[in-house]
Design a protein around this ligand. Structure first.
Ligand code: ARG
Ligand code: ZN
Length: 888
């Protein structure tokens, strides 16, 4: 129920723009509170638009200083202007120019959309609808223009002036009456682009520079701009950028197209980063790293985000989106590309597991709750709320599935076709998929349901073995629960990669049907379920095999298959597929944990299971890859367990069950874990590479289990590690281990950590987050105190996310506390943030997305908390949208 009368934007209402803007000349005079923007637009009627239509330019809070049409003042009533709109009822039906001068206040811009300040620097964020906060425009992605941008500023305040494209001119200006020495720079971007890719930066920043030689021999000047003094921390980002540029040439045949590529890191940023043409702007969290301040996970994120934004140059910029419903066209595809890049840079097997963990943690709950939406949505109230795990991560999974389905070769031909055919255009998901249909000769219309239907399908598998006939019969069935607005669903096209595992490994696959499609299935091991159910009979199977199903996580589905525990143990030991081998261990653990939760709920103490502990012992002794072994011994998270249980969730029972299993493994594997811990002690110089990171990961996973199994010995190891750690990975892992036990040692370690890192906001964020995720009863009061800490600020999104966000999404027991205090706190913060930064407020509020799965008491409290927001008269569109859908 919506309390206002807002109407959603609908995909089916899409109309081509009535006017086009071929070029934009901007003249921006930077000023802390009154920046002046003079824009000259070359406008013409769109031959594909409606003749004589009114011209309505978007604005958002703009103050107009002057307007001219074809350089002359318009007659009275020709232009109707408000802060939100500039309208010409009868615009010329020929090319004409429109000049508009506006004034904006960058310092007062707390939404961090449009032109704002981060520290003393000026920067912009225009995606999706921020350009209208700078000047009036057809602020929609299907209007592509060539931009020339002249920037002017005080030389002292902003010696650096950057915009999209190539620098064409720069120089000094006569000192004004105010005595301020001013200068200017002119940037020109020859590639037509939508307004959301516009960017400018002005400020006093340090920088590092390098160059990249493209495969056709062009030299690209690379620059990364950071706060003075932080230049050395940008080295890994630069290295990642060069590797990404080289990789896109070999993996996708994509070469960079401008003479310069600049990255600017700012500390106040709503999202991770932004792919503005030739001038990416980053949350500094995804740029700055040193071994002493960044964990291995941070390094991996920097590599991935740098690559992601760079890859957008082709998937997003050269080919952009027709409208915001097509957001996954650039985001899903670019995530797919950055996953492929990271897999090539690191261990593909380990990377796949990490990606699936992340998908299940962030996207599955979205798909299972009130905020579920299509990968290609059909309506929205607030587009900012659609930068979601569904658009990004599920969007990437769908493309990955497409590749599994049609094969790598057809996939690669489809990509080439897409780049060739749609370069320079604003495309749709249909355009994209049509390239693969053409390249593979396959009909992909049913596959398209992945874009049109929300929700995670359930794949149920059942099998039987007939020893006398030597047949193994597999029955597959898919079903999908209703999601908001979708009661009934058509079957999905699900590629099911599978294998049969005998005592010594994979068995050859043989089925009975003999046609091209089944030959292809046998050959690839990928069986396609495109109907509600399907039965496959495997022949010549000598002994009962263990079924290894959904290899590589070949489709984003939930799997229900009652494998015997003996089969799971066989898969853990023998499965040739590294993903299903890991999954077998997770499934086993999940089963034990689900049972333990039920036992705890019934007042019984959970039974121990030695077979699982033994299987993990063999993993530790036999696994050659520490990073992979670390994944194998890391139990499902509390949120994973909650998802597996699905309903009537009691977070305290889940916490107790997981702690109990960690303790049992820590005790049972004690000697193995000690051996691993000692064997993997740091040796030699630091390297951020995957092998070195893998050793640290396994050693710290061992430490975590040891602390659960043998609290005193574990704490002693952790204390020693905390005192001597020379990497942030080891230091924060030790602190986390010490923090498991309340008391003096923990508080002293927290103090020490803060003293060591007080000067580094990104490290202090880790300190906030770690405390926000403590399972103790007094965590909430600790967090409330921390909101008053001098290092905390509600104005900075990274601080808010690390303290309040970590609490709401990373602390299952305390956020969902039985007395409702966690809900109340988050609601209070959302309401206080909303007037200042609605995007960050709405993002926080989406932490309630699984409230309906809670047990009745907590569920009622969560609903009451959401209703307290819903009844407010004044809410941003962002928060209004999330709260109404959450309750819907
Ligand atoms: N396109 C950016 C990316 O690479 C995300 C920008 C989203 N910004 C926003 N305010 N919603 O993923
Ligand atoms: Zn992106």
């Amino acid at each position: 129920m919506r309390t206002d009368s807002a109407e959603p934007v609908r995909l089916k209402d899409y109309k081509a723009p009535d006017y086009l803007i071929d070029s934009v000349d901007l003249n921006v005079k930077l000023h802390p509170t009154a920046a002046r923007v003079v824009s000259r637009l070359s406008i013409r009627p769109n031959p594909n638009g409606r003749p004589d239509a009114a011209l309505i330019l978007d604005g958002d809070g703009l103050i107009v200083k002057s307007i001219a049409i074809d350089r002359a003042a318009p007659a009275d009533g020709v232009v109707v202007v408000s802060p939100q709109q500039l309208a010409l009822a009868n615009p010329p039906q020929r090319p004409f120019t429109l000049d508009v001068e506006t004034e904006v206040n960058p310092t007062a811009n707390s939404r961090l959309m449009g032109l704002f300040r981060s520290g003393s620097a000026y920067c912009t964020q225009c995606e999706p609808e921020g350009f209208r906060r700078i000047t009036f425009f057809l602020d929609r992605p299907d209007v592509l223009s060539v931009y020339t941008v002249r920037l002017e500023a005080s030389r002292a305040e902003a010696p650096l002036l950057l915009a999209n494209g190539n620098l064409v001119e720069a120089g000094e200006l006569a000192t004004g009456e105010d005595g301020v020495a001013r200068h200017y720079a002119v940037w020109h971007d020859p590639f037509p682009k939508p307004s959301y890719l516009f960017a400018l930066v002005g400020g006093d920043l340090g920088s590092i520079h390098d160059a990249f030689l493209t495969r056709s021999g062009r030299r690209v000047a690379l620059g990364i701009y950071v706060e003075h003094g932080k230049e050395p921390l940008a080295a890994y980002a630069m290295d990642s950028l060069k590797r990404a540029m080289a990789w896109d040439e070999t993996a996708f045949g994509r070469e960079y197209d401008l003479d310069v590529f600049n990255i600017v890191a700012v500390s106040d940023f709503n999202m991770g980063a932004m792919e503005n043409k030739g001038l990416n702007i980053f949350n500094d969290k995804y740029v700055l790293a040193s071994p002493a301040t960044a964990t291995d996970a941070d390094y991996a994120h920097i590599e991935a985000v740098i690559a992601h934004e760079y890859f957008h140059n082709w998937t997003g910029n050269r080919i952009t989106c027709r409208d915001w419903f097509q957001l996954c066209l650039k985001e899903g595809l670019t995530v797919f590309r950055d996953h492929e890049f990271s897999s090539d840079m690191r261990s593909r097997a380990v990377h796949r597991i990490a990606d699936v963990r992340a998908l299940r943690a962030a996207q599955f709950p979205e798909d299972a709750g009130p905020l579920a939406h299509n990968v290609r949505p059909e309506t929205y109230y607030e587009i900012n709320n659609f930068y979601t795990a569904t658009i990004y991560e599920k969007g990437a999974e769908v493309i990955r599935m497409l590749k599994v389905l049609i094969g790598a070769e057809s996939f690669s031909r489809g990509m080439d076709l897409y780049f060739e055919r749609y370069d320079g255009t604003a495309a749709t998901v249909e355009d994209f998929i049509s390239c693969f249909a053409e390249a593979s000769g396959r009909d992909l219309s049913d596959f398209f349901r992945w874009y049109r239907q929300s929700g995670t399908p359930l794949l149920e598998a059942a099998s039987s073995y007939d020893a006398s006939a030597g047949t193994f019969t597999l029955h597959l069935e898919q079903s999908s629960k209703p999601t908001p607005g979708q009661d009934h669903k058509e079957p999905f096209v699900i590629p099911v990669a599978l294998g049969l595992v005998g005592p010594d490994g994979d068995l050859p696959l043989k089925t009975e049907t003999d046609n091209a499609a089944s030959a292809r299935e046998i050959e690839s091991g990928v069986f396609v379920l495109s109907t509600p159910q399907r039965t496959i009979i495997f022949r010549d199977v000598e002994s009962r095999p263990a079924l290894s199903i959904l290899r590589g996580f070949s489709a984003p589905v939930r799997l229900d298959y009652a494998a015997s525990e003996a089969d799971l143990i066989r898969l853990i030991a023998r499965d040739s597929d590294s993903f299903t081998r890991w999954q077998a261990a997770q499934t086993y653990a999940s089963r034990l944990l689900t049972r333990a939760v039920a036992d705890i709920g019934a007042g019984k103490s959970p039974a121990e299971d030695y077979d699982f502990v033994d299987a993990l012992a063999s993993v530790l002794t036999e696994s050659a890859d520490p990073a992979y072994a670390a994944q194998m011994i890391t139990l499902p998270s509390e949120a994973d367990i909650a998802r597996d249980i699905g309903e009537n969730i009691d977070p305290d029972a889940i916490h107790a069950a997981r702690f109990g299993l960690r303790r049992a493994i820590g005790k049972g594997l004690s000697s193995h874990l000690h051996t691993v811990y000692a064997r993997l002690a740091p040796d030699g110089p630091y390297s951020p590479d995957a092998a070195a990171a893998g050793r640290r990961a396994l050693r710290n996973a061992a430490l975590d289990l040891l602390c659960a199994g043998e609290p005193e010995e574990g704490a002693a190891l952790a204390s020693r590690q905390f005192a001597s750690a020379d990497t942030m990975t080891d230091e924060i892992a030790a602190l986390g281990a010490l923090a498991q036990t309340p008391g003096e040692t923990r508080e002293a370690a927290l103090k020490t950590f803060y003293r060591r890192h007080a000067h580094d906001a990104l490290v202090v964020d880790k300190w906030f987050a770690l405390q926000a995720m403590l399972p103790d009863a007094d965590t909430l009061s600790r967090i409330k105190d921390l909101t008053g800490h001098p290092a905390f600020s509600f104005a900075n999104p990274n601080r808010v996310r690390s303290l309040v966000g970590a609490f709401a999404t990373g602390n299952l027991t305390r956020f969902n506390a039985a007395d409702g205090s966690g809900f109340d706190f988050v609601v209070e913060i959302v309401l206080c943030l909303d007037p200042k930064n609605p995007q960050v407020a709405a993002r926080l509020l989406s932490a309630f997305k699984s409230w309906r799965t809670l047990e009745p008491g907590r569920k009622a409290l969560a609903e009451a908390a959401l209703r307290r927001i819903a009844v407010r008269d004044v809410l941003s569109a962002d928060v209004r949208d999330i709260v109404d859908r959450s309750l819907g």
